[in-house]
Structures are given as structure tokens and as C-alpha cells.
Design a protein around this ligand. Structure first.
Ligand code: BMA
Length: 314
């Protein structure tokens, strides 16, 4: 068992960061790896790393792991469909913040795509992490942090999303779809003003996790310090299992705050930002997060602890 560096409700892995740009092939001259998506595939951990080079050219890059702690990047990044003008039109500035949802045998990757049209949500599908099918854009501009639930709810796919409601402010919304392409029945489910530790904006982080008490939503929240200095933290809430538009419990304290050097020092200081978590059979959970928009980290908690936070019992 590794020794863990213990601060707060999430215990940081003592060997954080688990991936940095130096772990990737030299020829790409990467500068940062952070805010990556995660899933399990054929009994192993598979990270969809968010990478960028010194020109801020983005890459999504797979990294494999047997234990969820030691990841080995593959030889090359995922080939994104930049030669498809329909994709490139809305992704020519950047693509980032991948999230992976497994539904049956298929894996869906959502991510933010940036262009002069601002930010849209894009959707890819794979069954083997070798071939990827781009399914299209699934939001209008001003939308990011899209998390597709891992099962249909009342016959429809469901997702959490974060439309920008006012300038640099946002809440968590929900919408539903019969086919993952067309989304409707939209509703605001959690307002930033309800989250005491994040009074600027909030957004979904990890793909919602089914627990006995509800869908566990590990999300990020932003507060503005001083003259526009943003601090990103992580917190939790619970959504009703049968009607996830209902938030049935909301933790009024952050579970992870930027405190360590690798969270405080980087291209954007004081950021912890999650792109996914893996619950384990023993009730523990690994929460994967980016530090300071620069490096990839992991922290540990338990489902029981996070439910206690949701109910404000700790
Ligand atoms: C958000 C996203 C995140 C990033 C954060 C802080 O808009 O782009 O990937 O961590 O800003 O820079």
C-alpha cells in the first residue's frame, strides 16, 4: 500500500502528480497534461489525457494502467477528425476536458470544443479505443462540462451540462435525449448561489456514479478572490436516482481545495479540476484531477465519506 499524503476529505496520492508532460514522447514536446477523463476498459484503467504543447496545440492521448496509479501513455495521440470540416469548424482553437461514459459495450467521449463561435460540446464513440467515430456536436455555443449518465433513466439518455448563463457565471443543468444526439427537456438543477464554497460558477466534473442513495455528482466550483483571481475546488451533491433533475443532498464544504505546490503553481494557479472518478468494489474511490492546469493527479476517498459530505454529516 502506498502512503498517502492526507489533507481533508480526499487523500492525495503521495506520488502526485501521476502524469506530467515529461512522461510523453519527446517528439511532441508537450507542456501540460491535466483535467483528463478516465474509465475502466477490459479490467484496466484507461485515461483520456488532455495534453497540449508549447504552442497550446491540444491532444487527447490514451494512457493505460493496471493499478490506477501508474499510467503509461501510448505511442501516439488519438487522431482527432480535424480533416472533417464539420468538426474543425468549431474546434479550430482548442478541444479539452474529455469525459468518458460507458454505456453497455460502447464508450462515449464528450469534450469542449472551442472556436470563434465560443465553446460547444462534441461527442465521440468507441468500442475498442482504437477506432473512434465522431457523432457530432451536441450543444449550441456556450456549453461545456457535459457528463452523460452511464444508463438510460426512464427510457432516455441523460446528461449534466453547464451553459454559461451570464458572463463568466454558470449553473449545472440537465437534459435528456432518445439517441445521444438530440437533447431537450432542459432544466437547471443546481445554482452556483446554492454552493457556499463556490459563489462564481459550478460545473459537472466526474460522470455521475450510481450509489444506493442517489447519483453522486463530483463537481467543480469556482470562487473569485481579490481582483478576479479564480480558485477551483471540488465538491459533491446527490441526484435522485429516478429523477436526476432533483438534487436531494448538497455538501456545503469542498472535498478538495488547491493547497499543494502542484495545485498552486502552474499555468493557472490554484486549480483542482476533475474529469472523472473510478469507484472500486471495496467502497473506495479514485478521483482523478488536474493540478494548476498543468499536471495530472489522483486522490482517494470513499463513497461513504462523500455521501456523508453530501448530507453535511462531516
Ligand atoms: C475551465 C476549463 C478547465 C480549466 C479551468 C481553469 O474553463 O477550461 O479545463 O481547468 O477553466 O483554467
Amino acid at each position: 500500500m502506498p502512503n498517502y499524503h492526507n489533507i481533508g476529505l480526499v487523500t492525495r496520492y503521495e506520488k502526485n502528480p501521476i502524469l506530467t508532460a515529461r512522461d510523453f514522447p519527446d517528439e511532441y514536446q508537450l507542456a501540460h497534461v491535466f483535467n483528463s477523463g478516465i474509465t475502466t476498459f477490459r479490467g484496466k484503467y484507461l485515461m483520456v489525457c488532455r495534453c497540449e504543447d508549447a504552442a497550446l496545440k491540444p491532444y487527447f492521448w490514451l494512457a493505460d494502467s493496471d493499478d490506477g496509479l501508474n499510467f503509461t501513455p501510448r505511442a501516439k495521440p488519438i487522431a482527432m477528425p480535424m480533416d472533417n470540416p464539420e468538426f474543425a469548424k468549431y474546434a479550430d482553437y482548442n478541444f479539452y476536458d474529455p469525459r468518458v461514459t460507458q454505456i453497455g459495450d460502447a464508450y462515449y467521449i464528450t469534450h469542449a470544443a472551442h472556436s470563434s463561435h465560443d465553446c460547444r460540446t462534441s461527442l465521440h464513440k468507441t468500442t475498442d479505443f482504437e477506432d473512434f467515430e465522431w457523432l457530432g456536436y451536441i450543444s449550441e455555443p456556450g456549453n461545456r462540462n457535459c457528463l452523460i449518465f452511464p444508463e438510460k433513466i426512464n427510457g432516455l439518455y441523460a446528461r449534466l451540462e453547464r451553459p454559461m448563463t451570464t458572463w463568466d457565471s454558470g449553473d449545472i443543468w440537465i437534459s435528456y435525449s432518445p439517441d445521444l444526439i438530440y437533447w431537450g427537456k432542459k432544466a437547471c438543477v443546481l445554482r452556483n448561489t446554492e454552493v457556499l464554497w463556490a459563489w462564481s460558477k459550478i460545473g459537472g466534473g466526474a460522470v455521475p456514479i450510481r450509489t444506493e442513495e442517489g447519483w453522486l455528482n463530483i463537481f467543480h466550483g469556482v470562487r473569485t478572490q481579490g481582483k478576479g483571481h479564480l480558485v477551483y475546488q471540488l465538491g459533491v451533491c446527490l441526484h435522485d436516482l429516478n429523477d436526476p433533475s432533483q438534487v436531494i443532498a448538497l455538501g456545503q464544504k469542498a472535498i478538495l481545495q488547491p493547497l499543494t505546490d502542484y495545485e498552486m503553481v502552474g499555468q493557472t494557479p490554484s486549480i483542482v479540476f476533475t474529469g472523472g472518478a473510478v469507484p472500486e468494489a471495496d467502497g473506495s474511490i479514485k478521483i482523478y484531477y488536474g493540478g494548476a492546469d498543468s499536471v495530472q493527479c489522483v486522490g482517494f476517498s470513499t463513497i461513504e465519506t462523500l455521501l456523508d459530505v453530501c448530507h453535511n454529516r462531516v
